[in-house]
Design a protein around this ligand. Sequence first.
Ligand code: FA5
Length: 340
Amino acid sequence: MPEKLLKQALEAIQAASTITALKEVEVKYLGRSGQITELLKTLKDLSPEEKRSKGQEIQKLKNGFTEAYTTRERYLQKAEIDAKLQAEFFDITLNQINPQRSLESGTIHPLSRLQREVEQIFAEMGFEIADGKEVESEYYNFEALNIPSHHPARDMQDTFFLDHPTDTKHGHLLLRTHTSPGQIRMMEKHGAPLRIIIPGRVFRYEATDATHDSTFNQVEGLFIDQGIGLAHLKGIMNEFLQRFFGDKEIKVRFRPGYFPFVEPGIEMDMLWKKGNQSKWLEVMGAGMVHPNVLKAGGLDPEKYQGWAFGFGLTRMAMLKYGIDDIRLIHSNDLRFLNQF
Ligand code: FA5
């Protein structure tokens, strides 16, 4: 009798063409009142000897069933996965066949591209490209640049301080408000002569408007050698502007400006056309590096002089591309970005 039952069960297993059908077969034989389960229940009424021999027979039957069941289950699972994969077939050649289906691909952010252009132009003029630190200390961002803690110039650049235990040697940690701390770090590291630019992001805790953002990019320049003067800076800037703006018509003016880390100091404005109106937009601070700054960088002001500049790359981007509002540049709005 068990052999007959096993034969029937194995046929039922083979006939099951889906996992659901297979589960039904399992219930029919091994469920609470399944045929094999029922057989097992009859054992309790038998004598010990009969129980042993019948027990073995039924166990063999159960093992045979389980083995066939497991094999069939694996087969059906694989078949179901294969069928799903077939249905989800992804044709990677489709895009070539139908060029209208264009692939969306990322591009370099316009600001990063401009930074590379600036690097290229200055590299061609013999400048090296250096990296500053976005997280700086009060010492490098202010003190070493001749801005002591009581100095009102600290308020010119409202600062994001980091919630971090004070570094007693260099003061609090902060997000750099300008790229100028890089001047001190480069003098400390490389001494003189120096001819570098330091591009990077800077941060200011201030209200935003069409020409002010709280995160923007600057490019610092530093030229230290013997017998250097401001006329040289003007020559370099003219050359840079010509290459950067190409054929675009630009108007530039220089005027005196105050920064504690230069003496004398100048500022450069460029004419900004917004609709029918045009106004002067401040794009750069510069000047002869202050002797206290050279000393902080470990240089002898009697021997070396030089100039430094810091311009707003984000503002240059507005001028180059005719962007009306600086905040669009970091908005991550694809309608804006796709124009570049
Ligand atoms: C400075 O940051 C000085 N470190 C520049 C400098 C370097 C002077 C070396 C002398 C020698 P200022 O705060 O003016 O200066 O900023 C420099 C330029 O950054 C500005 O001319 C302007 O183009 C840009 N800028 C300043 N604030 C913002 C802002 N909130 N959003 C966008 N651009 C800004």
